[in-house]
Design a binder for this molecule. Structure first.
Ligand code: FAD
Length: 392
């Protein structure tokens, strides 16, 4: 395993927890992460099966209702759409948790597993030869393994070593992330205001708190970042139409230039890419890390099965099957998020009309809405066993 973000830690726990001798090569994180993640039902089931949810579930807030509000001043404005988890028999669409609590719980759980060797250093280089991968570590030392699970993020060194290229494009958008205290209860509702520059999404946290992802043009992001604390509170309250009452923005924020990037293959030459090493998508519809956790669960399932059959965990069969299983899930979600984001950014009137019509149809046609809700929460295809709460 290379990389100790949430995807890497999850894969390490799944592999080592099933008895595979696993080393997690992970230096110190490069920056403080103030983001939150809305974990969809399958991700929660997997974290529960891995003994992680018991350590952090109390710090997560359920998301029972999702509202999409067209906040553009365009001629063709979409109607407000509301999705209720109860409509598809779920208690909640997902649970929103601060990444620091999630990563802390993953680290604590990883620390409990004796088959998991922690190496608190970065990997510096990979060399693939003779049915093995040789990993050189920063500050010297090396490791030899049959399978590298690469969770080393969007600028993955492992991906480059495997010779895997990516396709992608940048968007003229920056996502600012904040956490807020507010005076009016959120009632477990997440609200996504669609503006002409991107979504402004408020997601519940426990108590009178919420997380915010505010997607704007880069120059507007710089303007917002430069505001004084009082002016920022007022600006965020204005943009949220005071639905949460008075708002106080907590110290610290994140700024992420947005883009889309997808690896041309998700595995090659004994290296399997998981999380953002394999795919980066904009924060719309809470898909990014949920996809990453499905990657982690899938590669763990395949490697554990190969080992139980007495086979090679990094064989061509494992690599091909991982590619096959992840392709449809990653590509379909990437395409859907890309399309939604681009229709938001597009000023062309017919495009706005189609988007408005699409949301209108979703609002009015119950069965279609329910299919979409179910698919958004749990994909029919390629759902690994851990996502159903089954142990490996
Ligand atoms: C604003 C925003 C909001 C989001 N909200 C959601 C959401 O609600 N739901 C959702 O599902 N997703 C969400 N996402 C996506 C989600 O945050 C990412 O998918 C997730 O953080 C990626 O995790 P990761 O483990 O793949 O990568 P990272 O968290 O980037 O971890 C990679 C790790 O690898 C380490 N590393 C790098 N190089 C090396 C090396 N050579 N050796 C060893 N270690 C190395 C790094 O230090 C880092 O710790 C959001 C993204 C953004 C930008």
């Amino acid at each position: 395993m290379v990389g100790g973000g949430p995807a890497g830690l999850t894969a390490a726990i799944a592999l080592a927890g099933a008895g595979l001798s696993t080393a997690l090569v992970a230096g110190q994180p490069r920056r403080i992460d103030n983001r939150t993640t809305c974990l969809l039902a399958g991700s929660v089931a997997a974290l529960d099966a891995l003994g992680v949810w018991a350590l952090c579930g109390a710090q997560a807030a359920p998301l029972r209702t999702m509202r999409i509000v067209d906040d553009t001043d365009r001629l063709w404005r979409a109607p407000e759409v509301r999705f209720e988890a109860a409509e598809i028999g779920l208690e909640a669409f997902g649970w929103n948790i601060e990444n620091r609590h999630l990563v802390d719980a993953l680290q604590r759980r990883a620390g409990e597993i004796s088959d998991l060797l922690r190496i608190d250093r970065d990997a510096r280089a990979l060399e693939i030869a003779d049915g093995e991968v040789r990993l050189s570590l920063a500050d010297g030392g090396n490791l030899t393994t049959r399978l590298v699970v690469a969770a080393d993020g969007r600028r993955s060194m492992c991906r480059a070593a495997a010779g895997i290229e990516t396709d992608g494009r940048g968007y003229p958008q920056t996502a600012l992330t904040f956490n807020l205290a507010h005076t009016r209860p959120h009632r477990d509702i997440s609200t996504e205001f669609h503006t002409a520059h991107g979504p402004f999404t408020l997601v519940p946290l426990p108590g009178l708190r919420a997380s915010l992802v505010c997607v704007v043009a880069p120059d507007e992001a710089a303007w917002i970042e430069a505001l004084s604390a009082d002016a920022l509170d007022a600006e965020i309250e204005r943009r949220s139409h005071s639905i949460l009452g008075k708002v106080r923005v907590e110290p610290g924020h994140g700024a992420f230039p947005l883009g889309i990037e997808t690896a041309r293959a998700f595995a090659a030459q004994r290296i399997a890419l998981i999380g953002e090493a394999g795919h980066v998508i904009p924060p719309i519809g809470a898909q990014g890390l949920n996809l990453g956790l499905r990657d982690a669960a899938t590669i763990a399932e395949l490697a554990v099965a190969a080992r139980r059959d007495g086979g090679d965990v990094g064989s061509a069969e494992v690599i091909d099957e991982y590619n096959r299983r992840r392709r449809a899930d990653v590509k379909s979600r990437t395409a859907a998020v890309d399309l939604l984001n681009r229709t938001l950014l597009n000023d062309f009137l017919p495009v706005q009309g189609v988007r408005g019509l699409g949301l209108y149809v979703l609002d009015r046609i119950g069965p279609l809405r329910r299919v979409m809700m179910r698919e958004g929460v749990a994909p029919r295809l390629s759902e690994p066993r851990l996502m159903r709460g089954e142990m490996l």
